[in-house]
Design a protein around this ligand. Structure first.
Ligand code: ISE
Length: 339
């Protein structure tokens, strides 16, 4: 039987998740597109063949003809809507971040603990990107020796929305690196330091972070939400005997007029096209089988990202190294294979 999906939020990510479930992942039916602005919901529903539209998210979650939910609405709604899905016992693919507040994340952890099972799959899709999967495998198979450092660049053409604040470089964009570094290295962060050059552009400027892991490794992260030239995400894992770097899925190289050139993606949807497809396919398997997808991110990973982001905002504000203090990991996530 086809899995009936509701997408909440008809913005950039809601639209792409609707497209993926309607066109890229067999076995799913786009049942409802929900947005506070009916016209936005209608436009996405018409584009991807959703049977229905709605404007009230909580009512959509409760519908008997909805098996699973995608939360792609504004960040501030991610926790309350995830809690509503847990209360309804419905699997939810929640776009990152789970929350910008670790205390809010704790409410989701407590709700899943009370339910006795995980409902929330976090939208940290880079865990499904073939290059990052290969990078983690290289750490596990010993081919580069013990991992020492991981360097990360995360550059957007421009901020994705008008209400994107300077802190969101750390709380909205950098959680991808906070999570994927944990996924690749298999450990937790111990400290965070952060700096920001003065771009003097009046726009959200770059942030540079250096994190230490509990295993004395170093992770550097540059986030630049207004890099202008292209969507450019780079990563390199450095071991004692070698290194492994991400390869950007470039589709063509052009030779003309004494130049050799390749094009950058305009934003993350094209750069991580395959990662989103694999992530959403894994979510569908989760809904169908009830087995949480190996390697996927859960509410505990969402909590860890929020704690690290909060440390990053504090480190930048106070200009000093901040300890990353995670809460105790509840039993429900104890078998959590992040090693
Ligand atoms: C956006 O929300 C994403 O998730 C993208 O992957 C990231 O590159 C961008 O910076 C975020 O704002």
């Amino acid at each position: 039987m086809s899995i009936r999906i509701a997408v909440i939020g008809a913005g950039i990510m809601g639209s792409d998740h609707a497209r993926i479930f309607a066109e890229e992942v067999p076995g799913a039916t786009l049942r409802v597109v929900c947005d506070a602005v009916e016209e936005r919901a209608r436009r996405i529903a018409d584009a991807f063949g959703s049977a229905d539209i709605a404007t009230e998210a909580e009512a959509v979650i409760a519908r008997a003809d909805v098996d699973a939910v995608v939360v792609a609405s504004p960040d501030r709604t991610h926790t309350p809507l995830s809690l509503a899905c847990i209360a309804a016992g419905k699997p939810v693919l929640c776009e990152k971040p789970l929350s910008q507040s670790p205390a809010e994340c704790a409410r989701v952890i407590a709700a899943e603990h009370a339910l006795g099972r995980r409902c929330v799959q976090m939208g940290f899709m880079r865990r499904f990107d073939p290059s990052y999967v290969e990078m983690r495998a290289a750490r596990l198979d010993g081919s580069i020796g013990r991992a020492l450092m991981m360097h990360n660049f995360h550059r957007n053409v421009e901020t994705p929305a008008a209400d994107f604040t300077p802190d969101m470089a750390i709380t909205n964009s950098a959680p991808h690196e906070f999570d994927v570094a944990r996924f690749v290295l298999g450990g937790e962060f111990a400290t965070m330091s952060a700096w920001a050059p003065d771009a003097r552009t009046g726009k959200v400027g770059p942030v540079f972070m250096v994190l230490e892991t509990r295993d004395a490794q170093l992770v550097t992260i540059e986030v630049n939400n207004n890099a202008a030239y292209g969507y450019d995400v780079r990563g390199e894992l450095v071991g004692v005997n070698g290194a492994i770097a991400l390869s950007n899925p470039v589709h063509a190289a052009r030779d003309a007029a004494l130049r050799h050139s390749t094009a950058y993606a305009a934003d993350w949807r094209a750069r991580f096209f395959e990662a989103y497809r694999r992530q959403n396919k894994a979510f569908l398997r989760f809904v169908r089988t009830g087995a949480f997808p190996p390697g996927a991110a859960d509410a505990w990973d969402g909590t860890c990202a929020a704690v690290v982001a909060q440390a990053g905002v504090l480190a930048l504000r106070e200009g000093r190294k901040i300890a990353v203090e995670l809460p105790a990991k509840p039993e429900l996530y104890s078998f959590h294979d992040n090693s």
